[in-house]
Design a protein around this ligand. Sequence first.
Ligand SMILES: [Fe+2]
Length: 375
Amino acid sequence: MISWKHYNPVEIIFGQGCRASLINDISNKKLLVVTSLRGKKQISDDKILQKMINNNFIIDSVTSNPEIISIQNEINKLGDEEFDAIVGFGGGSAIDFAKAINLFLRLKNLNIDLASIIKSPKKEYLVKTSIPFYAIPTTAGTGSEVTQFATVWDHINKQKLSLNYNLFPSIAIIDPELTFNVPYETTISTGLDALNQAFESIWNKNKTPFSSYLASKSIGLSIKSLNLLNEDLNNKEARIMMSEASLLAGMAISQTFTAICHSISYPLTAHYKIQHGFACAFTMKSVAKMVLNLKPNSLSEVVEFNNINSAKELIDELENLINSLKVKETNKKQLKDKNSLFALANEMINPARSDNFILPVNKKLVIEILEDSYY
Ligand SMILES: [Fe+2]
Protein backbone atom coordinates (compact mmCIF):
# COMPACT_ATOMS: atom_id res chain seq x y z
CA MET A 1 0.00 0.00 0.00
CA ILE A 2 1.32 3.47 -0.86
CA SER A 3 1.32 5.85 2.10
CA TRP A 4 0.17 9.42 1.64
CA LYS A 5 -0.61 12.56 3.60
CA HIS A 6 -3.01 15.45 3.23
CA TYR A 7 -2.57 18.89 4.77
CA ASN A 8 -4.87 21.84 4.23
CA PRO A 9 -5.55 23.99 7.31
CA VAL A 10 -8.03 26.43 5.70
CA GLU A 11 -11.40 26.74 7.42
CA ILE A 12 -13.98 26.65 4.62
CA ILE A 13 -17.36 28.34 4.68
CA PHE A 14 -19.38 27.65 1.53
CA GLY A 15 -22.88 28.60 0.43
CA GLN A 16 -25.17 31.17 -1.09
CA GLY A 17 -25.28 34.16 1.29
CA CYS A 18 -22.56 32.78 3.59
CA ARG A 19 -20.59 36.03 3.36
CA ALA A 20 -22.91 37.30 6.13
CA SER A 21 -20.91 35.18 8.61
CA LEU A 22 -17.85 37.32 7.87
CA ILE A 23 -19.51 40.47 9.16
CA ASN A 24 -20.03 38.95 12.63
CA ASP A 25 -16.39 37.89 12.72
CA ILE A 26 -14.89 41.21 11.71
CA SER A 27 -16.97 43.81 13.52
CA ASN A 28 -14.66 45.88 15.75
CA LYS A 29 -11.59 44.64 13.90
CA LYS A 30 -9.21 46.88 12.05
CA LEU A 31 -8.97 45.36 8.59
CA LEU A 32 -6.60 45.59 5.70
CA VAL A 33 -8.78 44.91 2.63
CA VAL A 34 -6.98 43.99 -0.59
CA THR A 35 -9.02 44.20 -3.79
CA SER A 36 -9.34 45.80 -7.23
CA LEU A 37 -11.31 48.95 -8.08
CA ARG A 38 -14.08 46.69 -9.38
CA GLY A 39 -13.95 44.66 -6.14
CA LYS A 40 -14.18 47.83 -4.04
CA LYS A 41 -17.28 48.85 -5.96
CA GLN A 42 -18.74 45.37 -5.49
CA ILE A 43 -18.15 45.65 -1.72
CA SER A 44 -19.73 49.10 -1.48
CA ASP A 45 -22.76 48.04 -3.59
CA ASP A 46 -23.32 44.94 -1.44
CA LYS A 47 -25.65 45.49 1.51
CA ILE A 48 -23.97 42.73 3.53
CA LEU A 49 -20.35 43.62 2.81
CA GLN A 50 -20.42 47.43 2.69
CA LYS A 51 -19.55 47.70 6.41
CA MET A 52 -16.22 46.17 5.52
CA ILE A 53 -14.90 49.39 4.02
CA ASN A 54 -15.85 51.74 6.83
CA ASN A 55 -12.81 52.92 8.78
CA ASN A 56 -10.57 50.22 7.33
CA PHE A 57 -7.43 50.38 5.24
CA ILE A 58 -8.24 49.56 1.59
CA ILE A 59 -5.78 48.64 -1.13
CA ASP A 60 -7.79 48.81 -4.36
CA SER A 61 -5.00 48.76 -6.93
CA VAL A 62 -5.03 45.05 -7.78
CA THR A 63 -5.00 44.27 -11.51
CA SER A 64 -4.73 40.94 -13.37
CA ASN A 65 -1.41 39.15 -12.95
CA PRO A 66 -0.13 41.44 -10.17
CA GLU A 67 3.40 42.73 -10.47
CA ILE A 68 5.95 42.53 -7.71
CA ILE A 69 6.68 46.29 -7.99
CA SER A 70 3.00 47.21 -7.51
CA ILE A 71 2.79 45.00 -4.43
CA GLN A 72 5.96 46.56 -2.99
CA ASN A 73 4.53 50.04 -3.65
CA GLU A 74 1.46 49.22 -1.58
CA ILE A 75 3.62 47.69 1.16
CA ASN A 76 5.63 50.93 1.34
CA LYS A 77 2.43 52.92 1.85
CA LEU A 78 1.43 50.78 4.86
CA GLY A 79 4.26 52.18 6.98
CA ASP A 80 3.95 51.07 10.60
CA GLU A 81 0.21 50.54 10.43
CA GLU A 82 -0.97 47.50 12.40
CA PHE A 83 -4.05 45.40 11.53
CA ASP A 84 -6.23 42.82 13.29
CA ALA A 85 -6.99 40.91 10.09
CA ILE A 86 -6.42 40.94 6.35
CA VAL A 87 -9.12 40.32 3.70
CA GLY A 88 -8.35 39.33 0.11
CA PHE A 89 -11.50 40.04 -1.96
CA GLY A 90 -11.71 39.30 -5.68
CA GLY A 91 -10.35 36.88 -8.25
CA GLY A 92 -7.13 34.92 -7.89
CA SER A 93 -5.02 38.03 -8.49
CA ALA A 94 -6.55 39.87 -5.49
CA ILE A 95 -6.15 36.87 -3.20
CA ASP A 96 -2.56 36.30 -4.38
CA PHE A 97 -1.80 40.01 -3.88
CA ALA A 98 -3.20 39.73 -0.33
CA LYS A 99 -1.08 36.61 0.28
CA ALA A 100 2.06 38.52 -0.72
CA ILE A 101 1.16 41.43 1.57
CA ASN A 102 0.39 39.02 4.40
CA LEU A 103 3.78 37.36 3.92
CA PHE A 104 5.45 40.72 4.09
CA LEU A 105 3.56 41.65 7.28
CA ARG A 106 4.77 38.41 8.89
CA LEU A 107 8.38 39.19 7.99
CA LYS A 108 8.23 42.93 8.60
CA ASN A 109 10.79 42.76 11.41
CA LEU A 110 13.45 41.38 9.06
CA ASN A 111 13.53 44.67 7.14
CA ILE A 112 13.69 42.99 3.78
CA ASP A 113 11.90 43.78 0.51
CA LEU A 114 9.46 41.45 -1.23
CA ALA A 115 11.72 40.85 -4.26
CA SER A 116 14.48 39.48 -2.00
CA ILE A 117 12.00 37.27 -0.15
CA ILE A 118 10.85 35.81 -3.48
CA LYS A 119 14.14 35.60 -5.32
CA SER A 120 16.31 34.29 -2.43
CA PRO A 121 14.04 31.94 -0.44
CA LYS A 122 15.12 31.06 3.09
CA LYS A 123 13.68 28.64 5.62
CA GLU A 124 13.26 31.45 8.17
CA TYR A 125 10.61 33.00 5.88
CA LEU A 126 8.34 30.04 6.58
CA VAL A 127 7.00 31.45 9.87
CA LYS A 128 3.37 30.56 10.42
CA THR A 129 2.22 33.21 12.88
CA SER A 130 0.10 35.77 11.27
CA ILE A 131 -3.04 37.83 11.71
CA PRO A 132 -6.29 36.12 10.55
CA PHE A 133 -6.49 36.11 6.77
CA TYR A 134 -9.91 35.91 5.09
CA ALA A 135 -9.98 34.96 1.40
CA ILE A 136 -13.23 35.78 -0.40
CA PRO A 137 -13.26 34.77 -4.08
CA THR A 138 -15.55 36.62 -6.50
CA THR A 139 -14.71 34.36 -9.44
CA ALA A 140 -14.95 30.58 -9.67
CA GLY A 141 -11.66 29.20 -10.85
CA THR A 142 -8.29 29.76 -9.29
CA GLY A 143 -8.91 28.07 -5.94
CA SER A 144 -6.37 30.47 -4.45
CA GLU A 145 -8.56 30.74 -1.32
CA VAL A 146 -7.45 27.22 -0.30
CA THR A 147 -3.88 27.02 -1.56
CA GLN A 148 -0.57 27.83 0.08
CA PHE A 149 1.07 29.54 -2.88
CA ALA A 150 0.70 32.79 -4.82
CA THR A 151 1.69 33.83 -8.32
CA VAL A 152 3.13 37.27 -8.92
CA TRP A 153 4.81 38.62 -12.04
CA ASP A 154 7.92 40.42 -13.11
CA HIS A 155 6.58 41.96 -16.34
CA ILE A 156 9.89 43.60 -17.27
CA ASN A 157 11.64 40.24 -17.46
CA LYS A 158 8.43 38.49 -18.62
CA GLN A 159 8.69 36.11 -15.68
CA LYS A 160 6.19 34.42 -13.45
CA LEU A 161 7.34 34.19 -9.84
CA SER A 162 5.98 31.75 -7.33
CA LEU A 163 5.64 32.39 -3.62
CA ASN A 164 5.46 29.15 -1.74
CA TYR A 165 5.71 30.03 1.94
CA ASN A 166 2.75 28.30 3.57
CA LEU A 167 0.47 31.15 2.53
CA PHE A 168 -2.78 29.32 3.29
CA PRO A 169 -5.54 31.78 4.22
CA SER A 170 -7.06 31.15 7.67
CA ILE A 171 -10.64 31.23 6.41
CA ALA A 172 -12.07 30.90 2.90
CA ILE A 173 -15.55 32.30 2.44
CA ILE A 174 -16.97 30.99 -0.83
CA ASP A 175 -20.28 32.64 -1.52
CA PRO A 176 -21.35 31.78 -5.10
CA GLU A 177 -23.66 34.84 -5.14
CA LEU A 178 -20.52 36.97 -5.50
CA THR A 179 -19.88 35.34 -8.89
CA PHE A 180 -23.39 35.79 -10.32
CA ASN A 181 -22.51 38.92 -12.35
CA VAL A 182 -19.07 37.94 -13.64
CA PRO A 183 -18.91 38.66 -17.41
CA TYR A 184 -18.76 35.86 -20.00
CA GLU A 185 -15.05 35.83 -20.82
CA THR A 186 -13.89 35.86 -17.19
CA THR A 187 -16.48 33.22 -16.27
CA ILE A 188 -15.17 30.90 -18.98
CA SER A 189 -11.49 31.63 -18.39
CA THR A 190 -11.66 31.09 -14.62
CA GLY A 191 -13.88 28.02 -15.08
CA LEU A 192 -11.33 26.55 -17.50
CA ASP A 193 -8.62 27.18 -14.89
CA ALA A 194 -10.58 25.12 -12.34
CA LEU A 195 -11.17 22.32 -14.83
CA ASN A 196 -7.53 22.32 -15.87
CA GLN A 197 -6.29 22.37 -12.27
CA ALA A 198 -8.44 19.33 -11.52
CA PHE A 199 -7.03 17.44 -14.53
CA GLU A 200 -3.50 18.57 -13.66
CA SER A 201 -3.83 16.98 -10.23
CA ILE A 202 -4.98 13.73 -11.87
CA TRP A 203 -2.07 13.42 -14.35
CA ASN A 204 0.25 14.16 -11.47
CA LYS A 205 3.00 12.20 -9.70
CA ASN A 206 1.93 13.60 -6.31
CA LYS A 207 -1.69 12.51 -6.47
CA THR A 208 -3.26 10.76 -3.49
CA PRO A 209 -6.57 8.90 -3.24
CA PHE A 210 -8.03 12.00 -1.58
CA SER A 211 -6.73 14.55 -4.10
CA SER A 212 -8.02 12.35 -6.93
CA TYR A 213 -11.42 12.11 -5.27
CA LEU A 214 -11.60 15.92 -5.01
CA ALA A 215 -10.37 16.36 -8.58
CA SER A 216 -12.76 13.77 -10.02
CA LYS A 217 -15.76 15.46 -8.42
CA SER A 218 -14.44 18.83 -9.61
CA ILE A 219 -14.05 17.63 -13.23
CA GLY A 220 -17.64 16.36 -13.39
CA LEU A 221 -19.00 19.60 -11.94
CA SER A 222 -16.82 21.87 -14.12
CA ILE A 223 -17.71 20.17 -17.40
CA LYS A 224 -21.41 20.31 -16.56
CA SER A 225 -21.45 23.90 -15.32
CA LEU A 226 -19.21 25.30 -18.08
CA ASN A 227 -21.54 23.78 -20.70
CA LEU A 228 -24.53 25.34 -18.93
CA LEU A 229 -22.90 28.76 -18.42
CA ASN A 230 -21.85 28.83 -22.07
CA GLU A 231 -25.57 28.64 -22.90
CA ASP A 232 -26.84 30.93 -20.15
CA LEU A 233 -24.68 33.08 -17.85
CA ASN A 234 -27.67 33.64 -15.57
CA ASN A 235 -27.97 29.97 -14.61
CA LYS A 236 -27.53 30.26 -10.83
CA GLU A 237 -27.37 26.51 -10.23
CA ALA A 238 -24.48 26.33 -12.70
CA ARG A 239 -22.75 29.25 -10.93
CA ILE A 240 -23.03 27.43 -7.59
CA MET A 241 -21.71 24.19 -9.13
CA MET A 242 -18.82 26.10 -10.68
CA SER A 243 -17.90 27.63 -7.30
CA GLU A 244 -17.85 24.17 -5.76
CA ALA A 245 -15.79 22.78 -8.64
CA SER A 246 -13.28 25.59 -8.21
CA LEU A 247 -12.96 25.01 -4.48
CA LEU A 248 -12.42 21.26 -4.91
CA ALA A 249 -9.81 21.77 -7.65
CA GLY A 250 -8.00 24.27 -5.41
CA MET A 251 -7.96 21.74 -2.58
CA ALA A 252 -6.62 19.07 -4.96
CA ILE A 253 -3.74 21.23 -6.24
CA SER A 254 -2.88 22.30 -2.70
CA GLN A 255 -1.69 18.67 -2.36
CA THR A 256 -0.35 17.87 -5.83
CA PHE A 257 0.59 21.27 -7.33
CA THR A 258 -0.14 21.82 -11.01
CA ALA A 259 1.64 20.14 -13.94
CA ILE A 260 2.42 20.41 -17.64
CA CYS A 261 -0.47 22.59 -18.91
CA HIS A 262 0.27 25.23 -16.26
CA SER A 263 3.99 25.02 -16.99
CA ILE A 264 3.32 25.70 -20.69
CA SER A 265 0.75 28.41 -19.89
CA TYR A 266 2.97 30.90 -18.04
CA PRO A 267 5.01 32.05 -21.09
CA LEU A 268 1.70 32.35 -23.02
CA THR A 269 0.47 34.79 -20.39
CA ALA A 270 3.82 36.56 -19.98
CA HIS A 271 4.51 37.05 -23.72
CA TYR A 272 1.03 37.22 -25.25
CA LYS A 273 -1.13 38.37 -22.30
CA ILE A 274 -3.45 35.40 -22.75
CA GLN A 275 -5.82 35.02 -19.79
CA HIS A 276 -4.64 32.33 -17.37
CA GLY A 277 -7.56 29.92 -17.84
CA PHE A 278 -7.45 30.08 -21.64
CA ALA A 279 -3.66 29.70 -21.59
CA CYS A 280 -3.91 26.57 -19.40
CA ALA A 281 -6.74 25.12 -21.46
CA PHE A 282 -4.85 25.65 -24.75
CA THR A 283 -3.00 22.33 -24.32
CA MET A 284 -5.51 20.48 -22.11
CA LYS A 285 -7.14 18.39 -24.86
CA SER A 286 -3.79 17.35 -26.36
CA VAL A 287 -2.36 16.44 -22.96
CA ALA A 288 -5.51 14.47 -22.11
CA LYS A 289 -5.19 12.49 -25.37
CA MET A 290 -1.50 11.86 -24.70
CA VAL A 291 -2.32 10.57 -21.20
CA LEU A 292 -5.09 8.40 -22.64
CA ASN A 293 -2.59 6.82 -25.07
CA LEU A 294 0.37 6.41 -22.77
CA LYS A 295 -1.08 6.09 -19.23
CA PRO A 296 -4.76 5.24 -19.75
CA ASN A 297 -5.27 3.90 -16.21
CA SER A 298 -4.43 7.27 -14.70
CA LEU A 299 -7.87 8.55 -15.78
CA SER A 300 -9.80 5.62 -14.31
CA GLU A 301 -10.75 7.34 -11.00
CA VAL A 302 -12.35 10.21 -12.93
CA VAL A 303 -14.21 7.81 -15.23
CA GLU A 304 -15.52 5.67 -12.35
CA PHE A 305 -16.43 8.57 -10.07
CA ASN A 306 -18.48 10.29 -12.77
CA ASN A 307 -20.12 7.11 -14.10
CA ILE A 308 -18.67 7.62 -17.57
CA ASN A 309 -18.37 4.52 -19.79
CA SER A 310 -14.71 4.93 -20.72
CA ALA A 311 -11.71 7.26 -20.63
CA LYS A 312 -12.28 7.81 -24.36
CA GLU A 313 -15.78 9.09 -23.62
CA LEU A 314 -14.38 11.45 -20.96
CA ILE A 315 -11.88 12.88 -23.47
CA ASP A 316 -14.67 13.25 -26.05
CA GLU A 317 -16.71 15.27 -23.53
CA LEU A 318 -13.68 17.42 -22.79
CA GLU A 319 -13.00 17.93 -26.49
CA ASN A 320 -16.61 18.99 -27.18
CA LEU A 321 -16.46 21.49 -24.33
CA ILE A 322 -13.10 22.94 -25.38
CA ASN A 323 -14.38 23.29 -28.95
CA SER A 324 -17.64 24.96 -27.94
CA LEU A 325 -15.76 27.41 -25.69
CA LYS A 326 -13.50 28.32 -28.65
CA VAL A 327 -10.34 27.80 -26.63
CA LYS A 328 -8.04 27.34 -29.63
CA GLU A 329 -9.45 30.35 -31.50
CA THR A 330 -9.18 32.59 -28.42
CA ASN A 331 -5.52 31.64 -27.93
CA LYS A 332 -4.64 31.91 -31.63
CA LYS A 333 -6.06 35.42 -31.81
CA GLN A 334 -3.26 36.52 -29.49
CA LEU A 335 -0.45 34.21 -30.56
CA LYS A 336 1.71 35.75 -33.32
CA ASP A 337 2.69 32.72 -35.35
CA LYS A 338 3.65 29.11 -34.91
CA ASN A 339 7.42 29.70 -34.93
CA SER A 340 7.49 32.33 -32.21
CA LEU A 341 5.25 30.09 -30.10
CA PHE A 342 7.47 27.05 -30.55
CA ALA A 343 10.55 29.16 -29.77
CA LEU A 344 9.23 29.39 -26.20
CA ALA A 345 9.38 25.60 -25.69
CA ASN A 346 12.37 25.67 -23.32
CA GLU A 347 10.83 28.47 -21.27
CA MET A 348 7.68 26.38 -20.98
CA ILE A 349 9.53 23.75 -18.96
CA ASN A 350 9.21 25.03 -15.41
CA PRO A 351 10.39 22.10 -13.27
CA ALA A 352 8.31 23.18 -10.24
CA ARG A 353 5.26 22.41 -12.40
CA SER A 354 6.38 20.18 -15.28
CA ASP A 355 8.18 17.68 -13.01
CA ASN A 356 4.81 16.86 -11.41
CA PHE A 357 3.49 15.51 -14.72
CA ILE A 358 3.29 11.71 -14.92
CA LEU A 359 5.32 11.59 -18.14
CA PRO A 360 8.93 12.78 -18.48
CA VAL A 361 8.95 16.33 -19.86
CA ASN A 362 11.51 17.52 -22.40
CA LYS A 363 11.55 19.98 -25.28
CA LYS A 364 10.44 17.30 -27.75
CA LEU A 365 7.36 16.51 -25.68
CA VAL A 366 6.46 20.20 -25.30
CA ILE A 367 6.76 20.72 -29.09
CA GLU A 368 4.59 17.65 -29.68
CA ILE A 369 1.91 19.06 -27.35
CA LEU A 370 2.12 22.52 -28.97
CA GLU A 371 1.87 21.04 -32.50
CA ASP A 372 -1.24 19.11 -31.57
CA SER A 373 -2.81 22.08 -29.75
CA TYR A 374 -2.06 24.59 -32.53
CA TYR A 375 -3.59 22.60 -35.44
FE1 LIG B 1 -4.31 27.89 -12.50
